[in-house]
Design a protein around this ligand. Sequence first.
Ligand SMILES: Nc1ncnc2c1ncn2[C@@H]1O[C@H](COP(=O)(O)OP(=O)(O)O)[C@@H](O)[C@H]1O
Ligand SMILES: [Mg+2]
Length: 298
Amino acid sequence: MSENLEEVIKKNKIVVRDLMKVYKRGMKEVIALRGLDFEVAPGEFLSIVGPSGSGKSTLLKLLGALDKPTAGSILYDGHSVTLLNDRRAMLYRRQKVGFVWQTGNLVPGLTALKNVMLPMRLAGAPKGPSAQRAKLLLEAVGLEKRMKHKPHQLSGGENQRVAICVALANKPELLLADEVTGELDTETAKMVMDTLKTMNREFQTTIVNVTHSPRVAAYADRVLRIRDGLIEGQKHTLFGDISEVDAKGRLVIPETVRRLAGIGKRVVLKITGEGLLITPLEMEESNHQEQQSSAEIA
Ligand SMILES: Nc1ncnc2c1ncn2[C@@H]1O[C@H](COP(=O)(O)OP(=O)(O)O)[C@@H](O)[C@H]1O
Ligand SMILES: [Mg+2]
């Protein structure tokens, strides 16, 4: 890689490289992310837009350390999120990240005010200052008259704004939002997005907002388009498949890859500095003919 990764890390809050996620459903593998590279600057408001099934929620879960990637890395302030153990992942989520999902994560029995106070109280903050900050946040999203209402007494848009306040209660540096306007009408969606924008400006919270709506995405400073687990415009570094080595060391090489690499029934394995080099046996036998047709598996 020719980039100066250290420089990139220094300039950015988040640096994502070669991020891949493969889910297993019984015998079948679903490749949700096929190798993503991108950065998020400190205080940036980034939208990730893409059709349903393109890997957006998967990506957000990995950014929030709610799941681990199959390969690749996420660096947050230069530290690997993907290598955190369970305890440290929990601390990262608690101390750095706020989440807002499509369906509100509010406690039904509590008022808006109490809902926003809850994460602060759980983190050990005293009652007075927690209430004060909760009020400040709710005022910032225009809900000063709704603080004593419970979720069922509030509209969808109001609940989403309360949820944003809950996510921001403990002053996270990073806010991850997944389709938060998915079930809202245009007018309400606008209000919620304006709220995110205000929070981004006022508290310098870095935001990654995932949506399938280009109109919603346009609220951000920058938009990344993702399709079939790849960022549009980025070249596909994989051959279209990831292979897994089973307990006996067996490896399935997809047919297209075998064809491209000229691999037949017998191969020669060689360990190189970059990984494993698999060369067709026929070619190895006549290897004075300098043919370059091989597959490398890192
Ligand atoms: N837990 C899971 N197990 C198996 N497959 C999954 C799981 N989560 C997501 N997928 C699959 O991964 C792909 C990407 O899903 P997702 O990240 O939810 O996309 P999006 O949020 O863009 O709609 C889809 O094909 C989906 O079916
Ligand atoms: Mg999703």
